[in-house]
Ligand binder design. Structure first.
Ligand SMILES: Nc1ncnc2c1ncn2[C@@H]1O[C@H](COP(=O)(O)OP(=O)(O)OP(=O)(O)O)[C@@H](O)[C@H]1O
Ligand SMILES: [Mg+2]
Length: 225
């Protein structure tokens, strides 16, 4: 593996999968072997013998490296609820060590591994650990997806503080539109630019159908400046 990134967001449903898939696509287009990883997914349908989560399907669709589903998505739970609650309901302990091993295996297969968190940065994984612990264990630079809606400035700045307090590097952030015409979009964007001390990797408009290839046109690869 040459590069890896941990994609987090200001909340659930803010476009982490869209932006992660767009990044995977961009790296693949640049000639690198690129794969996505969703370590913990809650909300899945039965496909044959396996539980398949939609985010996982999208990340796989955007990549150009084949990998076992168990590596791309080590933990999957059927109900679309908080992962630690879903895990407890079926008596599973989410082990970040197991996730780290899967990540390392993916790193042997691909040049770039893009890891999508679940929900926001501090989502619990169990009684003691959370997503931020996982990002720390994997030592990955973080990309923050800011879902552009009322309240995003506060959520973005809280998340940036949390990333930095774990000693992690914020490789960049993406402003992602969640509706066609957000009121005061430019003012909110300016507020984010002014306060986040990391490169803005892109401003993604609302895209009908939310295709990752289209979204990729609006973002740059981290470290490309
Ligand atoms: N720029 C956009 N234009 C149009 N639709 C978007 C855009 N970004 C996200 N969406 C839509 O918003 C929804 C949430 O996006 P997405 O699944 O990428 O969020 P997420 O942060 O990965 O959510 P989760 O926390 O469930 O993993 C999806 O239906 C997606 O298609
Ligand atoms: Mg997602």
């Amino acid at each position: 593996m040459k590069q890896g990134y941990f994609v987090t967001g200001t909340d659930t449903g803010v476009g982490k999968t869209l932006i992660a898939a767009a990044l995977i696509h961009k790296f693949a287009q640049s000639g690198l072997g690129s794969v996505g990883m969703k370590p913990v997914a809650a909300g899945a349908r039965l496909a044959g013998e396996c539980l398949l989560n939609e985010d996982v399907e999208q990340l796989i669709g955007a990549g150009n490296v084949e990998a076992l589903l168990a590596l791309v998505n080590p933990y999957v739970f059927e109900p679309p609820i908080a992962p630690h609650i879903a895990a407890r309901q079926v008596g599973v302990d989410i082990s970040i060590g197991t996730i780290e091993a899967a990540f390392k295996s993916l790193g042997e297969l691909a040049d770039v591994v893009i890891v999508e968190g679940a929900g926001g940065f501090l989502v619990p994984l169990g009684d003691t650990e959370d997503m931020a612990d996982l990002a720390s264990l994997l030592s990955l630079p973080v990309i923050l997806v800011v879902g552009m809606r009322l309240g995003c400035l506060n959520h973005a700045l809280l998340t940036v503080e949390a990333i930095r307090s774990r000693g992690l590097r914020l490789a960049g952030w993406v402003a992602n539109s969640l509706e066609p015409g957000m009121t005061n979009f430019n003012e909110n964007l300016a507020g984010l630019r002014q306060r986040i001390d990391a490169p803005c990797l892109g401003v993604v408009p609302w895209i009908s159908g939310a295709g990752y290839q289209q979204a990729a046109d609006y973002i740059e690869r981290p470290g490309s400046r």
